[in-house]
Design a protein around this ligand. Structure first.
Ligand code: ASP
Length: 493
């Protein structure tokens, strides 16, 4: 086993400084010059593509050579049991932290007026100019209205809002797709009074019809691919994990005959690590460009700040819960069970954590997670090769915590009281929904529908938290990757 270096060496320091410089300059560019941020976004997308390109061959090589290294295949049983025990235990602790925090802080108790699903202004005057509707800005809440449908009450007309512009005391709403009782009509003209805004959730949530049983069935049947190449082509991690496990186990049982193949996968694994090394070198630029691009999309700091303020208490609850789990619970476990220094371990995992924050995808981060664990923290290849690929899709502490907090927040906003039985259902379904979520951006938001339905809460409530989800997604993905890395440290012990 390679020993972890007590201090990150110079190369690590240079990389870390580079990544931090990338983050700071990305945030400044995207925050102050959103246009410039958008124009460098392609470099960030290229970085994600580069990482995704390595994921599949890496999983096969790392898992096969890791499992084949176990020697005695019976060890796989104990490695598997310990890994699952860690995943379930830490995800449970994380959800519990989230539930206790949201019940204590009660971010949705005030039932913020501007975040209600429907806003009616019966006397508000409006004037239609072409395809825009002009109103007094003070008539409407200072929140994201683009996810809403607009109704002109005096004319019985509805349309979907395309964009909203505030300048001085006026607000200009551009709307399209005018209908009267579901029949399409031409855009109206003139003046009037009385409007209503109904928040609309994204179409993807309305289509989500799966229940708990369906998700369980999907996770289990998703473990067995009908075609391994199709699974690889679709970047489906779980079936590829199963196949690689079986292949590694089978090769280790074939003795002499399997030796050449095992050597092939060992070499492939080494080669993949070299390619990941290259990814590390360009990480500062990739991470910076991703952050600049995302802030650019949000309209810079000026566009992002109002969103954050509006849902500030909710965002603070999620981030507070994630902070407790990642800065207290996981380090304690790493110290007590893994006998490792949490701070040194974290510093050596930073490149993976920053990549997780910038890509919002555990799967895309996997190559760097494995590199940091094996090369920097000295985790054995057999543990890293097993715990990390599986953890990237199954073990999501951050997502589970976030789902529980978000669902309880939606209940609070709607004035719905939740008793101990409902909280227990949320605890169980949030854990399951996190297991079922793929390691891709905003996957947790979609599986949250299952938690909402399990306690009979309105799916439309998701519209309340949409505007800020891209940011919280990055925070929870970072915790997901940190949870996997800590798991590798503990299980390796
Ligand atoms: N983006 C998260 C991940 O990749 C999943 C989620 O919570 O949406 O880990």
């Amino acid at each position: 086993m390679q020993q972890p270096s007590a201090k990150p060496n110079n190369r690590n320091n240079t990389l870390l400084v580079g990544i931090i410089a990338g983050i700071v300059s990305g945030a400044l560019v995207g925050g102050f010059w959103p246009e410039a941020g958008l124009s460098v976004k392609f470099a960030g997308d290229l970085f994600i593509r580069f990482l995704m390109m390595i994921v599949m061959p890496l999983i096969v090589a790392a898992m096969v050579s890791g499992i084949a290294r176990l020697g005695d295949i019976r060890q796989l049983g104990s490695l598997g049991t310990r890994t699952l025990g860690y995943y379930i235990g830490t995800t449970g602790l994380s959800v519990l932290t989230g539930i206790l925090l949201v019940l204590w802080i009660q971010p949705g108790k005030a039932g913020l007026e501007h975040s209600k699903e429907s806003i009616t202004r019966a006397d508000a005057k409006y004037r239609i100019e072409g395809n825009t509707i002009r109103m007094e800005a003070s008539e409407l809440p200072d929140s994201d209205l683009t996810t809403s449908t607009l109704h002109l009450l005096d004319r019985n007309l509805s349309a979907s809002i395309d964009s909203v512009q505030r300048s001085g005391g006026t607000i200009l709403i551009t709307a399209s797709g005018w209908t009267r009782r579901a029949e399409a009509v031409s855009p109206p003209e003139g003046e009037g009074a009385g409007i209503r805004l109904d928040r609309q959730p994204d179409a993807r949530f309305m289509q989500e019809k799966r229940g708990i049983g369906d998700i369980l069935k999907e996770v289990i049947s998703g473990l067995v691919p009908s075609n391994i190449f199709k699974a690889m082509a679709n970047n489906d991690i779980l079936p590829v994990v199963t196949f690689s496990l079986l292949l590694g186990a089978a090769l280790s049982m074939t003795g002499e005959a399997g030796r050449t193949a095992i050597m092939f996968f060992n070499s492939l694994n080494e080669a993949m690590m070299k390619i990941i090394h290259l990814a590390m070198q360009v990480a500062p630029v990739g991470i910076g460009a991703l952050i600049a691009g995302r802030l650019g999309e949000a309209g810079g700091f000026g566009g992002f700040w109002p969103e954050l303020q509006q849902l500030g208490k909710y965002a603070a609850t999620v981030i507070g819960g994630l902070a407790i789990h990642s800065l207290v619970t996981l380090p304690l476990l790493l110290k007590l069970l893994g006998k490792r220094s949490p701070s040194g371990y974290a510093v050596r995992t930073f490149p993976a954590l920053f990549t997780a924050f910038s890509t919002a995808s555990s799967s895309a981060t996997l190559p760097l997670t494995i590199e940091c664990a094996e090369e920097k923290n000295g985790i054995s290849k057999r543990t890293a090769g097993f715990v990390l690929p599986l953890g990237a899709t199954v073990n999501m502490d951050g997502t589970a915590l976030y789902e529980a907090v978000a669902v309880i927040f939606i209940a609070q906003m709607n004035g719905i009281a939740l008793g101990p039985p409902e909280l227990l259902v949320i605890f169980l379904t949030a854990t399951l929904a996190a297991i079922g979520a793929a390691g891709i951006p905003e996957a947790g938001l979609v599986t949250m529908v299952l938690v909402l339905k399990a306690v009979n809460l309105p799916v439309e409530g998701i519209a309340l938290i949409l505007s800020i989800d891209w940011f919280l997604d990055r925070c929870r993905t970072t915790v997901n990757v940190w949870g996997d890395s800590v798991g590798a440290g503990i299980i390796d012990r």
